[in-house]
Write a protein that binds this ligand. Structure first.
Ligand SMILES: Nc1ncnc2c1ncn2[C@@H]1O[C@H](COP(=O)(O)OP(=O)(O)OP(=O)(O)O)[C@@H](O)[C@H]1O
Ligand SMILES: [Mg+2]
Length: 381
């Protein structure tokens, strides 16, 4: 709870929610306090109680033994009683030790519950035996979705029956209202999730037969949410491609429109950036585009890649993206429909289904859902 509120403190401040959140915190904290208090009392009591039992039994044995010895009826000797005392002591010692470890044992039990919760999660299929099936230099980039059915939860279907065949080198745009399932299609394509039924083929090979590693090798990707790690700008762009030369990096930075920003930095591309600071949302997006350029994969996925940059930068980046997508099969998701006008194929999605397909002109001529969507972007203007 502390962590959640700490990372969301800007929102809490912006909504003036300190008081309410403090109250929730106090309540939770009080509950923790009560529980810990009880736990400490119980834990602390255990050892004195065991000691008491131990001494009590010691005294009892002495007393009873002494009485028996004085009457001399049972044929007990002084030595028997002494050894009995020692045995009793040894026996109780082990209990005292267990009681000392009780606290730790309980904590271990609580942790074990979580550890086993994780261990009992369904395993991802072992793929170490899968051999590479694609020849990386000869990938054509034909992608086919065949009768895909999928839902994030078992009983809630998001994509009922999705089929599409994409020819090599095509620029495919996926458009549709928020929540239509565009990002879901991308997640399935990258095998971040497994389809319930159906198949996705890359160059005629089902992605189920490939290893996840291979599938992801084939795609370069710019995601809807940007992500930076703490490191220099250069490290963030090069990421998993250490063989990139300085010359190539310079080109990438120029094409992704980062050159002006880099020139304002005191250490240039060696400036250290972090996830929270140093970059605006648009700049982060430019870095992720540059990262995809560096990756230079045969297929490309752009999910709202330019949603956070201004329109002029968008046009400039569009040129870079056009260059990048040239001759590569690429999937472009964009809400601003003006940016995907030149796509070879537009898939219009609604509620997980493709309701219209065609080029921009064809779809406008159909005067259907796409035409409505497209025109609505200009009505206000
Ligand atoms: N991880 C998830 N678990 C459960 N449901 C999810 C998850 N991610 C998305 N959904 C649901 O799947 C549906 C499709 O979501 P998706 O992210 O594919 O939409 P989208 O078309 O990309 O929308 P947007 O244009 O807003 O990005 C939504 O109804 C959403 O609530
Ligand atoms: Mg999305």
């Amino acid at each position: 709870m502390v962590e959640e509120h700490y990372s969301g403190h800007l929102v809490i401040k912006a909504f003036n929610a300190e008081k309410a959140k403090n109250k929730v915190f106090d309540e939770t904290n009080e509950r923790l306090h009560q529980t810990m208090f009880k736990a400490q009392i119980a834990g602390g009591m255990l050892q004195p109680f065991m000691s008491f039992l131990s001494y009590f039994s010691y005294a009892a044995i002495c007393l009873v033994g002494g009485l028996l010895l004085s009457k001399d009826t049972a044929g007990l000797s002084f030595g028997t009683i002494t050894s009995f005392l020692i045995y009793a002591n040894l026996f109780q010692n082990s209990f005292t030790q267990i009681s000392q470890a009780m606290n730790s044992l309980q904590m271990a039990a609580a942790s074990a519950e979580r550890v086993f919760g994780l261990l009992y999660e369904e395993e991802q299929e072992n793929e170490s035996h899968k051999k590479p099936l694609l020849d990386f230099s000869k990938i054509k980039g034909e992608v086919e979705f065949r009768n895909i059915q999928f839902g994030y939860e078992k009983d809630k279907v998001i994509i009922p029956d999705f089929s599409a065949k994409i020819k090599p080198g095509m620029k495919v745009a996926i458009v549709g209202p928020t929540g239509a399932g565009k990002t879901t299609i991308v997640n399935l394509l990258m095998r971040f999730y497994e389809v319930n039924s159906g198949n996705i083929f890359i160059d005629g090979i089902s992605t189920k037969e490939m290893s996840r590693h291979e599938v992801r090798d084939v795609f370069g990707m710019v995601l809807q949410d940007t992500w930076m790690f703490e490191g220099t700008l250069k490290e963030n762009i090069i990421f998993n491609k250490p063989q990139i030369t300085d010359e190539q990096l310079k080109n990438i930075i120029q094409e992704s429109n980062l050159d002006y920003y880099v020139s304002t930095l005191s250490h240039g591309i060696d400036t250290v950036i972090t996830e929270e600071s140093s970059l605006s949302s648009g700049q982060k997006q430019l870095v992720t585009i540059a990262r995809a350029m560096a990756e230079n994969a045969p297929l490309l996925i752009l999910d709202e890649a330019t949603s956070n940059v201004d329109t002029r930068t968008e046009i400039e980046i569009q040129e870079a993206i056009d260059k990048l997508t040239q001759g590569r099969t690429s999937f472009v998701i964009a809400h601003r429909l003006s940016t995907i006008k030149n796509a070879n194929l537009i898939l219009v999605m609604k509620d997980g289904n493709i309701i219209e397909t065609g080029t921009h002109e064809e779809l406008l001529a159909q005067n259907g859902f796409y035409a409505k969507l497209y025109n609505s972007q200009f009505e206000l203007a």
